[in-house]
Design a binder for this molecule. Structure first.
Ligand code: GLU
Length: 441
């Protein structure tokens, strides 16, 4: 059975880059009728925070990305211990004692000699006595996985055939000196034991994948299918990494982005299929195909989310937005007319408030000098409220008859005097909602 997982580390809020990973894994599982696991990668007790675990769940729930199971790595440490013992028994695990400064020096020397900065495996040559002496002096060492120096190959769901020379990669550290398991080991143990069949993640993980394939095999498991999506860049192709902090899902929610707008964009961006607004998750599931995605970095422009949000809102029925409209204090018998007027003139739901303020309090009139007399005359012809859907028609007719103005010369100054704006909603509808017209004096 198809099983996928989204595996965030709870060390911060999830952002659009994480969402891409979450969504692709989710859509693959749902399309196959499989299982989608939310796995919290919290093996680092210092950096992992419970508030981020809660935030990750809230953000996914907001988007309608529902998980079938939740797992936490911090509750599976015994499994990682068992795997470490197995790697030791298989002769694939060794303790190394170099300090970060020593490793840095080695790397620099290698680079100076034009060699790739790969760990030289000096620790493999240590005798037991030497190790005891180092342990006494420096504390426990790190544990490295001894890679087989062969080519590691797989057919990637996005990148196609990949072949990596294991000799060009350092033996990965799987356990730190303080005993903390690193994600590389924890992840393969989980993927294997939880029956994960497909792993989609960012292309920054390609080298990890190579080493993880060897670790999985050395533990007797079968590697899942891997797919590495491209990384997101800003609209100009600039690195997004520094700006991701401002592209957290909760920031987008705050700015009024609608979930389906965000999901519609992320399910297609970087693929050869066009971005199309979808209103139901089921449609995204149906239309998703990871093989349509390309390896090139994908440009993401946060501003693209707003026209999609506007289009999504435009087609919503009144019931869907009723709580927002009620919260503004719109009288129940005007809610439908208000939504009809506003839906075409908002980008996010937050814009509703401005329209309701206009209806309730009127607008600061916008009157050109040459129109002052005309507006004064027109206002004397405007009846007292309450206004209705005939008010605009009968009033403008009366003004036309009295002044001889017509067309744009008639309607535009009146619109500006009533709404304070040059363009906006249909005036008949708007007028029926206006409780006061300030230009009337
Ligand atoms: N916790 C890892 C990360 O956030 C998971 C990577 C993976 O999907 O394997 O980078």
């Amino acid at each position: 059975m198809t099983t996928t997982r989204f595996a965030p580390s709870p060390t911060g809020y999830i952002h659009v880059g994480n969402l891409r990973t979450a969504l692709m894994n989710y859509l693959i599982a749902r399309k196959a009728g499989g299982t989608f696991i939310l796995r919290i990668d919290d093996t680092d007790p210092e950096r992992s925070k419970e508030e981020y675990v809660d935030a990750i769940k809230q953000d996914l729930e907001w988007l309608g990305i529902h998980w079938d199971r939740i797992e936490r790595q911090s509750e599976r440490l015994d499994r990682y211990h068992a795997a470490a013992d197995e790697l030791r028994a298989n002769g694939r695990f060794y303790e190394a004692f170099e300090t970060p400064t020593e490793l840095d020096l080695k790397r620099k020397k290698q680079l100076n000699m034009g060699k790739p900065p790969v760990y030289d495996r000096a620790a493999l040559a240590l005798s037991d006595d030497e190790k005891s002496a180092l342990r006494a002096e420096r504390g426990d060492g790190v544990w490295r996985f001894k890679l087989d120096h062969e080519r590691i190959e797989w057919t990637d769901g996005v990148l196609g055939d990949i072949s990596i020379d294991a000799a060009s990669v350092s033996d990965p550290v799987l356990i730190r000196g303080d005993g903390q398991f690193l994600y590389t080991l924890a992840s393969v143990v989980d993927d294997t034991e939880m029956g994960v069949t497909h792993v989609v993640r960012g292309s920054d993980h390609v080298t990890n994948t190579a080493t993880q394939i060897q670790i999985i095999k050395s533990l007797g498991g079968t590697p899942p299918e891997f797919a590495h999506h491209s990384l997101l860049t800003g609209p100009q192709g600039e690195a997004l990494s520094k700006r991701l902090g401002t592209l957290a899902l909760r920031d987008l929610r705050e700015r009024g982005v609608q979930p389906m707008a965000l999901l519609s964009l992320m399910a297609r961006l970087g693929s050869s299929d066009p971005v199309e607004l979808r209103t139901e998750m089921a449609e995204l599931v149906e239309g998703f195909d990871i093989t349509r995605f390309g390896a090139a970095p994908t440009k993401f422009d946060v501003e693209d989310l707003f026209p999609l949000t506007a289009r999504y809102l435009h087609d919503l029925p009144l019931e869907a937005v009723r709580p927002h409209i009620d919260a503004l204090g719109v009288p129940a018998d005007q809610a439908a007319a208000f939504w009809d007027m506003a839906r075409e003139n908002i980008t996010t739901l937050a814009d509703l408030e401005g329209w309701w303020t206009l209806c309730r309090d009127g607008a600061e009139p916008l009157i050109a000098d040459e129109d002052r007399d005309f507006i004064a005359q027109a206002m004397s012809l405007l009846p007292e409220g309450p206004y209705d859907s005939d008010t605009w028609g009968s009033w403008t007719k009366a003004v036309k008859d009295a002044t001889g103005r017509k067309g744009k010369g008639l309607f535009m100054p009146l619109r500006k005097a009533v709404t304070g704006m040059e363009r906006g909603p249909d005036m008949s509808t708007l007028m029926s909602l206006m409780q006061t017209v300030r230009a009337r004096g």
